[in-house]
Design a binder for this molecule. Structure first.
Ligand code: URA
Length: 236
């Protein structure tokens, strides 16, 4: 986090006032006087203002069971948003870590920790995402092979990463992806000549949707869940 933003957050002062303090050498970072408001700080670096240490705000992490009809954008004039579902929570600074379509249900992660969000969503991290998919037609062996090989989607230059399809019934499958392209599951099945009739995300980066959460309900992540996403590799 930027130094000036951090001090403004801790003290309630305006950014311009904070910048004056920093330039007046009232601030140290890890014991060294710093005059650059853009200086990047992160725990465990101690920040002091006029000799008094400032405490880092606790980052917040939530899982939401997204219902149908809710959009994963910060604001929408027409539809309720995933952030609207977090009733009773101070929403400023919260970001959605990996979006779902309006008609998709299931796990959505929400945080104000930008770095953690990045570890979940960065394409290079290739965190796994598991979906339960209902299909219009029975799953074919050929479609499963196409998913495993990678599919060149319309308008794209690179095929999808190998994805796993595990049949549950003829027309219901569990799909594991290691990337998150636009409408990816629906487009992959469309490319195989099938059609997704319902889509539900069960887990992301090893964090599993809590079965006790009804659609629209949310809860904070446990520390174990927060840590899990830092450690899960691409092939889990
Ligand atoms: N793939 C889709 O097609 N839609 C989603 O919401 C998520 C993955």
């Amino acid at each position: 986090m930027r130094l000036d933003k951090f001090i403004a957050h801790c003290t309630g002062a305006s950014r311009s006032e904070v910048k004056r303090w920093i330039r007046a050498k009232c601030v140290t970072v890890a014991g060294i006087t710093t005059t650059d408001p853009r200086h990047y700080i992160a725990p465990p670096d101690e920040v002091t203002l006029n000799g008094s240490p400032l405490a880092y705000p606790h980052a917040r992490y939530y899982m939401l069971h997204k219902p149908e009809g809710v959009v994963c954008s910060n604001e929408d004039g027409e539809h309720p948003t995933a952030l609207d579902c977090l009733t009773g929570i101070h929403r400023e600074g919260l970001q959605i870590a990996g979006r779902l379509d309006k008609d998709t249900t299931g796990l959505v992660l929400i945080t104000d920790d930008g770095q953690w969000n990045h570890t979940i969503t960065a394409p290079r991290a290739a965190k796994n995402k598991v979906y339960c998919v209902s299909l219009a037609k029975p799953i074919s062996a050929q479609c499963m092979a196409q998913f495993a090989e990678g599919i060149l989607l319309k308008g794209e230059s690179k095929p999808t990463r190998p994805a796993n399809v595990a049949p549950i019934t003829d027309t219901k499958v569990r799909v594991t992806l290691h990337e998150g392209r636009y409408h990816q599951v629906k487009r992959m099945f469309a490319a195989c000549g099938n059609h997704v009739t319902a889509l539900h995300r069960e887990s992301v980066a090893g964090i599993v949707l809590d079965a006790a959460l009804a659609p629209g309900q949310f809860r904070p992540l446990t520390q174990a869940e927060i840590n899990l996403s830092k450690s899960t590799s691409t092939d889990e």
